[in-house]
Design a protein around this ligand. Sequence first.
Ligand SMILES: Nc1nc2c(c(=O)[nH]1)N[C@H]1C(S)=C(S)[C@@H](COP(=O)(O)O)O[C@H]1N2
Ligand SMILES: [Mo]
Length: 260
Amino acid sequence: MKRGSLLSRRAVLRGVAAGGLLPLAGCSLDSRAPGVMSMLDKAESLTGAAQRALLAPRIALAPEYPPGAISSYFKPNGSIDPDDPDYVSARQTGFADWKLAVAGLVERPMSLSLADLRALPSRSQITRHDCVEGWSCIGQWRGAQLSALLDAAGLKPQARFIAFFCADTLEQTPDNTGRYYESIDLVDAFHPQTILAYEMNYAPLKVEHGAPLRLRVERQLGYKMAKYVMRIEAIDSFAALGHGRGGFWEDRGYEWYAGI
Ligand SMILES: Nc1nc2c(c(=O)[nH]1)N[C@H]1C(S)=C(S)[C@@H](COP(=O)(O)O)O[C@H]1N2
Ligand SMILES: [Mo]
């Protein structure tokens, strides 16, 4: 079994057996028997095909649109003007001294200015934003590819998720679990359309849409797209964050994987 494969050989064999391709049910599997070895070899190559089949919908690009499709009004939602003191003071200086912290399970923790982020490989995309509330808007976004940032920071082998910590407190709670945060897995983190956007509709990102930096993870619903991102962490589990479900809205009942 190659390291990093998504499916164990045993799981593939189970799947193949369930599909009726191999008469395994009720048999004892002796891997020393030559026939069984060739079955295992077939399973090994099936693993690649099965992985591709499983990953294909995750890797596919979200639809992109021509400039003429950009919505004349893009509805701001959730927090639109954070009042947390650090954010307010950063905003007052036009985010000149603002820094994004990159920490957690990375080889090289970093602190990046907007100029640093703009110097990273970027992507521009015109996509449709779907909010779980039932409205959609099309907008243009440009930002640093998260994959480039993570390559620069160097993920440690234990890293499984990327967490995004935001400036805004959407719900006041005594234990600070009302602060907005989000998390995504590494498939989404390294997806080419996953960007840390500093530009919207060909202009610097406005405060109501998450200035100075917000996540775009285009294969998922709007609540995954954390605005006002202040800190990114590579983590091995999100159990210790908030109420342990991987994001502000997830903690309040929404799905962690909000695929569209
Ligand atoms: N920090 C933060 N990020 C957030 C939210 C929020 O309240 N705070 N709302 C989410 C929801 S539900 C949606 S639909 C989008 C809205 O993005 P927009 O304001 O640019 O339309 O941001 C998401 N990211
Ligand atoms: Mo939303």
